[in-house]
Design a protein around this ligand. Structure first.
Ligand SMILES: Nc1ncnc2c1ncn2[C@@H]1O[C@H](COP(=O)(O)OP(=O)(O)O)[C@@H](O)[C@H]1O
Ligand SMILES: Cc1ncsc1CCOP(=O)(O)O
Ligand SMILES: [Mg+2]
Length: 273
């Protein structure tokens, strides 16, 4: 299956997000809250940064998807992440785990492994994060939020994590990799300068949650679509940008304005395995 066959699905997913405006609960890191929320709004979704454990029982039953991101994790945030994830899984609502900077401490790695036990629909990380979370720690050199691996170096780790967890695993990078453990799909949209804006990876995880909300039975396809859409917005944004700060603005504008002709002509997706 090549780009042409994927592209109509990508457009359908985006129009469904715009039409349905799914409510996406985000328990995300302090760095990313603004960009994640603005990314979701530009795509047509409705973000809610509701992260107190006291609010989970009332709020989480009403959401359409959840995104949990451990980028600035502290011990007092973990119970709300777990409570929301557990409730989402119980209620059959899709949720995404972003194991941001998972290898920076034993505390964070343990927390992420416990969250994986709560059955995320999708785990989205960069190459180093997916290698670390899959248990291939000897290969892992990073201690922070940026990857020291190409996404393509994490394909086997991603497949193994997908099979052991039951989640679709998405690895962002120059080529975004998405796998359910059997199929492996590459999304070739995006631009290198997106790495120079903090929280683009986090925003992508939030966007994946919104796309899952409108197609929960096809997590691999929904994830591929979200990654392609975000990458296309980055490509269009870069054409108007002078550097990372203006790319941040133009990426959001481009995502908001994406039309069918642009999506159909720009989608670059290939089956890798
Ligand atoms: N070299 C690259 N070329 C094209 N797109 C890229 C490149 N690096 C990252 N991206 C894009 O930037 C976004 C954030 O990915 P990434 O930087 O891997 O996340 P994180 O910030 O979590 O490390 C994704 O949409 C990804 O496709
Ligand atoms: C810089 C930083 N530090 C902790 S979380 C965070 C943001 C990471 O965002 P992303 O994973 O999207 O680069
Ligand atoms: Mg990240």
């Amino acid at each position: 299956m090549e780009s042409k066959e994927w592209s109509s699905g990508v457009w359908t997913h985006l129009t469904s997000v715009r039409r349905q405006s799914p409510l996406v609960q985000c328990i995300t890191n302090l760095v990313s809250m603004d960009l994640v929320a603005n990314t979701l709004l530009s795509a047509g979704a409705s973000p809610a940064m509701v992260h107190s454990v006291a609010e989970v029982p009332d709020f989480t039953p009403h959401i359409h998807a959840l995104c949990v991101n451990v980028g600035t994790l502290t011990p007092d945030w973990l119970p709300s992440m777990k409570a929301a994830a557990e409730l989402a899984s119980q209620l059959g609502k899709p949720w995404v785990l972003d194991p941001a900077a998972v290898s920076c401490s034993g505390f964070r790695l343990k927390a992420c492994l416990e969250l994986v036990e709560l059955k995320p629909s999708v785990i989205k990380g960069n190459g180093s994060e997916i290698i670390a979370l899959s248990g291939s720690a000897s290969q892992c050199q990073t201690k922070g939020a940026d990857s020291s691996h190409e996404s393509t170096e994490a394909v086997e780790a991603a497949k193994s994590l997908a099979l052991s967890s039951g989640a679709v695993v998405a690895v962002s990078g120059a080529v975004d990799i998405v796998t359910d453990g059997k199929r492996v799909v590459g999304v070739h949209n995006g631009t290198k300068m997106m790495q120079k804006i903090t929280a683009t990876g986090c925003s992508l995880a939030g966007l994946v949650a919104a796309f899952l909300a409108v197609d929960p039975l096809h997590p691999l396809e929904a994830t591929v679509s979200a990654m392609s859409v975000f990458g296309i917005a980055g490509e269009l944004g870069e054409e108007l940008a002078n550097g990372p700060a203006s790319l941040r603005m133009h990426l959001i504008d481009s995502l908001y304005g994406l039309d069918e002709t642009t999506v159909l002509s720009r989608v670059r997706i290939t089956r890798l395995g």
